[in-house]
Design a protein around this ligand. Structure first.
Ligand code: SAH
Length: 275
């Protein structure tokens, strides 16, 4: 059976990210040897496309009110999200525009919602948590960021407020196109949607100040680590020692790469290839 995600166990308080008290960051640092940066010489695996053309947006259901998002942001603050730029970005982006009209009334609840092709839009607290980890300790905008698993494009839209350039990659053509349609109205000139296998990263945009993944594999692909800038940070779900998925934060320094394992989470699997 196909899993959709990020997944939430029935009646659990939240997808792993909020299921138990969060470890502080950095929680555990395993410093490994410096990672060699090999630039793959292969032809680009992804095609890129800019989001620019304006289109009329229908709202209709009153879910675009600032008050609803303010309430969502207050709940995020109650869940220990405190980075001002992340909170401002969560306040700015109208999440209801990324889900089907029938689901729009639930758009500002802390829940994941289906976006088609068996995938789901991450719940707001998980998006905010990951982006806060990505921006940790930085008050200025990030440079170039790679977003793996565009899905409906919501997280890419939030990232567009936090980074100068966002490269967002999706392996399912149907969702890549859906994200393009969803994002068109926002006229986000700094968001570049890519159709391709995100496991290979996107070398053309590297090095990245940040890499964030919404799908988890058995490990963090080496290509992502290679494409991370020195001083850059990577946030991704990955299966760790005990066979369970955790949020993993990696930082590249001139001395090497540090790896911190944070709370358990449950995201959709990271799959190779396109479909
Ligand atoms: N950030 C998204 C979440 C989508 S769910 C949002 O805001 O909607 C995770 C997505 O990762 C799914 O759309 C899935 O198709 C995609 N995915 C899984 N493996 C991938 C890969 N190797 N490359 C690119 N996308 C991938």
């Amino acid at each position: 059976m196909k899993r959709s995600g990020p997944l939430t166990p029935p009646k659990a308080p939240a997808s792993g990210a909020a299921a138990r008290p969060r470890p502080a960051f950095p929680a555990r640092l395993d410093t490994s040897a410096p990672t060699p940066v090999n630039r793959p010489g292969a032809a680009p695996a992804a095609t890129t496309r800019r989001v620019a053309a304006p289109v009329a947006v229908t709202s209709g259901i009153g879910m675009d009110s600032l008050a609803v998002r303010q309430s969502m942001v207050r709940k995020l603050q109650a869940q220990d999200i405190s980075h001002p730029a992340v909170l401002a970005a969560m306040l700015a982006v109208e999440r209801h525009r990324f889900v089907d009209t029938a689901l729009a009334p639930q758009a500002y609840e802390d829940t994941s919602l289906p976006i088609g092709l068996g995938q789901t839009i991450s719940k707001p607290s998980v998006v905010a948590r990951m982006l806060e980890l990505l921006c940790h300790g930085k008050s200025e905008k990030l440079g170039r960021v790679l977003d793996i698993g565009t899905g409906c494009g919501y997280q890419a839209a939030v990232l567009s407020h936090l980074a100068r350039e966002v490269y967002s990659i999706e392996r399912l053509k149907g969702l890549h196109e859906k994200a393009r349609d969803n994002l068109r109205a926002f006229r986000l000139a700094n968001v570049h949607l890519l159709f391709g296998d995100g496991m290979l990263g996107y070398p053309q945009g590297a090095p990245y100040a940040g890499i964030v993944a919404a799908a988890g594999g058995n490990d963090v692909p080496q290509a992502w680590i290679e494409q991370l800038a020195v001083g850059g940070r990577l946030v991704a779900p990955a299966v760790t020692g005990a066979g369970q998925q955790h949020l993993v934060v990696m930082e590249k320094t001139s001395q090497g790469v540090t790896r911190s394992v944070l709370e358990p989470v449950l995201f959709v699997p990271l799959k190779s290839g396109i479909a």
